[in-house]
Design a protein around this ligand. Sequence first.
Ligand code: NDP
Length: 344
Amino acid sequence: MVPVPIKSSVTAANPPEATPYPVRMLGTFHHPIPLDAKIHIAGHRGLVGSALWRHLVARGNTALIGRSSSELDLRDREATFDFYADQKPDYVVLAAAKVGGILANATYPAEFLSDNIRIQVNVLDAAQAVGVKRLLFLGSSCIYPKFAPQPISENSLLAGPLEPTNDAYAIAKIAGVIQVQAMRRQYGASFISAMPTNLYGPGDNFDLESSHVLPAMIRKFHDAMFDGRGEVELWGTGSPRREFLHVDDLANAAVTLLERYDEPEPINIGVGTDVTIRALAETVRRVVGYQGAINWDASRPDGTPRKLLDISRIRSLGWNASIPLESGIESTYDWYKQHSTVLA
Ligand code: NDP
């Protein structure tokens, strides 16, 4: 097995060449998930977990297991081990995490590191202890180095300095990727890691204190339209480029990977194209119907200048995203309108 390479000579000013992992071994592993397999979706009420739950139900899976954080706090090691000993799932998707945008990451870095490390270590250790057959750990595109060559291939991980605004979260997630590799090496565990790009969709977080950029735009435009305000302020310059994947596509990719991918290297999940934040704002504005001004506050941080994933490895498994950005935003906005009185 090939561990993630660590390139110590690489600096922000001297970024590494983008050399994707070889794809030669992909495509041979194929183990369909049985419809009666016991699948623990950790974080089943979150954006990713709820989409995966919907997807598996629609697929015909009948033995899904979910617990809210108040029923089972995965930071609690003893409770997590007791739960796994009791349930003995066949499959696990680890979609429970402390997640947030720039503001939340900047405000609570200690919790982003501590909570995520504890959740991961407990779930991975407990899953290994009870012999879980397959586990999917979710990393994130924002844990790659700030100046990674674009599009970002999987071997950019650990090849340069991180984006300082979310370094605590990134270090926690990187620890999870390495733990998955270590458990494969030491125990022969069939655990894998995936690196999704920015996600959005029904069930997203629209709280302006902790949300990601796309739902924050929906909320701001929607509120401004109904408050009658003539302007909306958005953070940064609007120039960074970002990639956005609908969470229903992510759910489909997660199942594909559990069935068809069994390698130590993390695997990217994205759409293969990106847009500027300014272009995204125009699309969201169009979908919401907001016609007032947009003021860009350039004193706020932009974050990483560009973040587009190299998705050649997952494409080699025959997987592609299928939901176009504008129609994905439309269904997300529809969901928000149905739930906005509860979310307000
Ligand atoms: P959400 O914030 O929507 O959901 C997080 C889930 O984690 C919630 O269901 C929550 O449970 C659960 N959770 C949090 N803390 C605990 C805890 N201590 N014990 C048990 N459960 C807990 O996050 P997402 O769905 O957006 O993210 C899921 C995964 O996907 C994360 O690992 C994230 O890093 C990754 N990812 C997300 C991206 C995105 O754009 N959203 C992009 C790339 C990766 P409850 O609701 O019951 O409190």
